[in-house]
Design a protein around this ligand. Structure first.
Ligand code: 8YV
Length: 318
């Protein structure tokens, strides 16, 4: 009998530890198997371990009457219904801080790649075009650009710090203006986009930020502007983004996240001014190991004391 339930796929070594050290159950994707499992084991489960990819929704919470914690591998927890969790007294944890550097590195890498067109230039060379067609066309300078950051949390600040070293000017929009930063506050995403060359999305996902970047923001960014997203695909209206890129109303985009992962809008695949990554921002051996360790610390502490090491804030609405 185990009180731990794995919900959705996890890093293989984490899934193996859950199995061998905690005798964790694994929730099936198959509806009939899931119901059969819940009919027998629902009362045993006190902790669910999941990731941002899957999460725990209100229906699963109501099917697990003794659930006390949702432990999320990843900093983003928009797939878990935190309002419902708060109503039910279920604590939720995530893995902040340990992935900040890698995600910020990825944002800067995407920005450099999109503006300087390194991926496209690499394709150009491999296709024999340097020989056939001559030098690659000139691109856009990265240093000294004006950068706007949507969401000045831990990751947003780490991006700002890195780009400050590139001589970039940094402005930001955030739910609240932050007093202790040297960066310039913009009152809305549209205002921010209108002031910068590159807009970097580092905001949390979820209902509150859904489609915050739509046609109006992209138009404010304009035909010389670039969009970088390392947050959640849901923050950007993908259709509006495709339209803007197609029409040349935006210079380019660098995307690590998409609305319907792993599916990527087909129109983007042929665009040389777009760099596409398969959600790899935290995907280094070092960072994923640190995320795994923090996930297990949350689990151990919850099982021992009923408290989490890195709980997420309880939503204001709860
Ligand atoms: C992970 C992420 O790839 O932390 C997050 O929110 O998006 C990534 O670090 C993901 O959570 C793993 O499922």
């Amino acid at each position: 009998m185990s009180s731990v339930l794995q919900v959705g796929p996890l890093k293989p070594s984490l899934a193996e530890t859950l199995r061998s050290a905690y005798a964790a159950h694994v929730l099936s994707d198959d509806v009939a198997e899931r119901e059969a499992f819940l009919a027998v084991h629902a009362d045993e489960i006190t902790v669910a371990v999941t990731s941002g990819r899957t999460g725990v929704d209100a229906a699963l919470m109501s099917a697990l009457p003794r659930l006390g914690a949702v432990i999320n591998f990843g900093v983003g927890y928009d797939t878990t219904d935190v309002e419902e969790a708060a109503r039910r007294g279920i604590a939720v944890s995530n893995t902040p801080d340990v992935l900040t550097d890698c995600v910020a590195d990825t944002a800067v890498g995407l920005m450099i790649d999109v503006l300087r067109q390194f991926s496209a230039a690499d394709r150009y060379l491999r296709a024999g075009r340097w020989v056939a067609d001559g030098n690659y066309p000139l691109t856009r300078q990265v240093s000294n650009t004006r950068v706007g950051i949507l969401g000045l949390g831990r990751i947003g600040r780490a991006i700002a710090q890195r780009l400050t070293a590139f001589g970039c000017s940094i402005s930001y929009h955030n739910r609240r203006e932050i007093v202790d930063t040297p960066y310039v506050y913009a009152a809305s995403p549209v205002e921010l986009a209108g002031e910068v060359d590159v807009l970097i999305v580092a905001a949390a996902g979820g209902a509150g930020t859904r489609h915050l970047i739509g046609g109006a923001v992209l138009d404010a960014l304009g035909p010389d502007g670039y969009l970088i997203n390392v947050a959640r695909g849901s923050v950007v209206d993908e259709e509006a983004l495709v339209d803007a890129l197609r029409a040349g109303r935006l210079a380019g985009a660098g995307l690590d996240v998409f609305a319907d992962e792993p599916h990527v809008p087909a129109a983007l695949l042929d665009m040389d001014n777009v760099v596409l990554l398969p959600h790899v921002a935290s995907g280094t051996v070092q960072t994923r190991a640190a995320m795994e360790k923090l996930t297990l610390r949350n689990l151990d502490q919850f099982l021992a004391t009923g408290e989490l090491v890195t709980p997420v804030p309880v939503p204001a609405s709860a």
